[in-house]
Design a protein around this ligand. Structure first.
Ligand code: 3HC
Length: 286
């Protein structure tokens, strides 16, 4: 099976940056595309910080960090991806934006075997495949945050994805990145978010109803169920805008109240309180 040597990542945020980092650490040549120079500089600086932290923690040597940095390139131009064998889209959970990226990538990738993947949590892979002339090469490859720490990748073929594409994506995730994979049908939320998102939304409803403080809700799940972090702190880490976008897609898919974004979540996003990345959410990070 052909190994992936040239990876493209569209979006250098917390998920895209993490995917680029694990790809470069696994020896791949990686290009990260951001929307403008400022965003590209910010993505690079987050990645360099993460690699420096790995050096400080003794997880890589300075020489390995330098080699990893040499494998990481940043661009604002999607056409730089022409020679990529695999492109993973990791931009905001906005269907229109994603469709546009898939259409452009389909037109510019020169390798007929190139795989077009999305890190979406909730947008149907079949819709993204529909924007391309190579639906058999389109697949969901869903990572978990923080990508360098969490071992899982969900593989999500659509009804049109070729089995060979699934196997190449599995090989990439397991043999090249050292992750474990699980396979899910192309249903909004796949496996993990279909279970996690209703739980996070329930915690927000509980807080909104005044049942308990944010600290006590979180402490309850950390101490009582041995979760590494409580649901409100985890919502802040995922990003409240991202959580709302995922909930909205899942509600559109299933039309069940369990997926409906609670009013407090909507108002916080309206107010620019997006969690950790904006400095404030259920907790203050400033
Ligand atoms: N990048 C790289 N390494 C990181 C990191 C990051 N962003 N954040 C933490 N780490 C490493 C630390 O270096 C440390 O490594 P060490 O044990 O070798 O020293 C280890 O992770 C533990 O970190 P800390 O000691 O700083 O802090 P914690 O023990 O509190 O762990 C955590 C932090 C890893 C974030 C942990 O709390 C955790 O796993 N939380 C749950 C995360 C989770 O549920 N993620 C899934 C979100 S859902 C999702 O991503 C899907 C999407 O579609 C919404």
């Amino acid at each position: 099976m052909t190994k992936i040597e040239r990876l493209g990542v569209v979006g250098g945020g917390q998920m895209g940056g993490g995917i680029a980092e694990v790809g470069a650490r696994a020896g791949l040549d990686v290009i990260v595309r951001e929307i403008d120079d400022d965003a590209a500089r910010a993505a690079r600086s987050r990645l360099w910080k993460s690699l420096n932290r790995a050096v400080q923690k003794g997880k890589m040597t300075e020489a390995e960090r330098d080699e990893t940095q040499e494998r990481l390139h940043f661009t604002t131009t999607l056409s730089d991806f022409a020679d990529r064998q695999l492109v993973i889209e990791a931009i905001a959970e906005d269907e229109g934006l994603k469709l546009d990226v898939f259409k452009q990538l389909d037109e510019l990738l020169t390798d007929p075997e190139a795989i077009l993947a999305s890190n979406t949590s909730s947008i149907p892979i079949a819709k993204l495949a529909g924007a391309t002339k190579r639906p058999e090469k389109v697949i969901g490859v869903h990572f978990f945050n923080p990508v360098p720490v969490l071992n899982l990748v969900e593989l999500v073929p659509s009804l049109l994805t070729a089995e060979d594409t699934v196997e190449r994506a599995r090989n990439f995730a397991t043999e090249q990145l050292g992750k474990q994979t699980i396979r899910a049908e192309d249903r909004s939320g796949f496996i993990v978010n279909a279970l996690l998102v209703p739980y996070l939304l329930s915690a927000i409803r509980m807080f909104e109803a005044g049942h308990a403080s944010a600290e006590d809700i979180d402490n309850g799940m950390v101490q009582g169920c041995a979760h590494p972090m409580g649901p409100l702190r985890l919502s802040d880490m995922v990003g409240l805008d991202t959580l709302k976008a995922i909930a909205d897609s899942m509600y559109e898919e299933y039309a069940e109240p369990t997926y409906a974004a609670p009013p407090l979540l909507k108002r916080m996003v309206d107010a620019g309180l997006k969690g950790k990345k904006s400095g404030k959410g259920f907790y203050d990070y400033e």
